[in-house]
Write a protein that binds this ligand. Sequence first.
Ligand code: CAA
Length: 426
Amino acid sequence: MREQSPLRPRVGIDRIGLYLPGYALALDELARARDVPVDKILLGLGAQKMAVAPPWEDTVTLGANAAARVLASGRVAREEIGLLLVATETAVDHAKPVSIFVHELLELPSNCRTFELKHACYSGTAGVMIASDWIRSGAARGRKALVVATDIARYDLRSSAEFTQGAGAVALVVSESPRLLELDPVTGVYASNVYDFWRPLDRREALVDGKYSLDCYLAALDGALDDYRSGLNGAGSIPLTARCAALLYHTPFPKMAHKAHLRLLEREWNEAARRGDEYASRFSTGSPEFAQAAEQSYAALVEPALGLARLTGNTYTASLYVCLAWLAERRARELVGREVGLFSYGSGCCAEFFSGRFVDGSAAATAEIGAAELLERRRELSVAEYESFMREGAQGGTPGRDDTGFCHLAAVRDHKRFYERSAWPR
Ligand code: CAA
């Protein structure tokens, strides 16, 4: 482990809470219904199922459920939370933030600052960075931040993007002396105004220039890595693939993480060739030797984090942290002290590359994330049921309840939304 500076507090992710709605759609069924080759989805996109929110769940209930689970499992007292940030690109109101509903449902203190953050899928990471800086600055006065990333990815039915929908939320407790993942202060940022994915104010379904969005994502990865490298001031000569035990990427669909990793490897391979590395100089990035090395690297560093994303689909702001939750729950013990790289991308666009290290005892901090239990209790929908849920959701939802979470949409009157709680999660 690195030495700690007495002047710089150790800051990072203390706990992770995860929540998935109680319904899913198998994408091979959707492919058959849309007359699309099943392998295009299962192999070409790498996706198997997507989580579907019922009409009585929205980004308020998904986020509040993830947050309630992390407070309960992390044994974090409400009074310890001084900052609540809710990241979403599928809010329920243009002015009233999702965060104030979550604040009420969780019974957080009235002196807890709270607001909603928007920048497509990037804003969860914006929240983590703001929370970390708040703690490093001393303004937290020993308190913790709760960063909630919550989204329902919705495109037009029968569009090619329909296969890359999903729903879910992750809640992160960010604190000093974190029990899970200590974050490094150096990060790399890239921002540029591009129209790859957008959602006009009068639409519930996103619009996307699909192929262009992939190019924008990869250009943003290049930009963020360049900035990260310059922030390290010459200390970053060891390739990330050699330094890191895992590399996590924003995952709109799992194959995107594969494309991103390939781009990172190509950069490192070309750099090694420029430095005179004999193997990299001999074989270009178009060679079978490079392809073989790339597959081995992907299998070791990227694939282990993708299991949950394959079964939930795109959770927008939560997507990167869904990968972190899955990896942490399964591998935290063996990864103690090892570096993990994370790449966050939000269309439009802003992106950030950052890194952290699993701390001693982190396996205990992940014991109650409960991804397997959340997956097991899901009911699989038929395509007709899924379409009906999506249509109702696109109308703003319908009050109702099931026994999946601790809160639900109870009423909508005069464009006001009312939520009800049942028992707190244990
Ligand atoms: N068997 C196996 N593979 C097949 C196949 C078959 N029968 N048919 C096609 N494929 C492969 C294709 O070769 C392709 O793979 P490669 O990209 O590796 O070549 C893959 O399946 C997908 O095929 P297409 O590109 O033809 O698919 P499409 O035209 O339907 O579009 C998409 C795919 C652009 C991702 C579309 O689903 C989409 O627009 N999704 C939403 C946008 C998105 O997720 N963008 C990601 C970057 S932006 C971002 O990250 C922010 C965000 O969260 C939205």
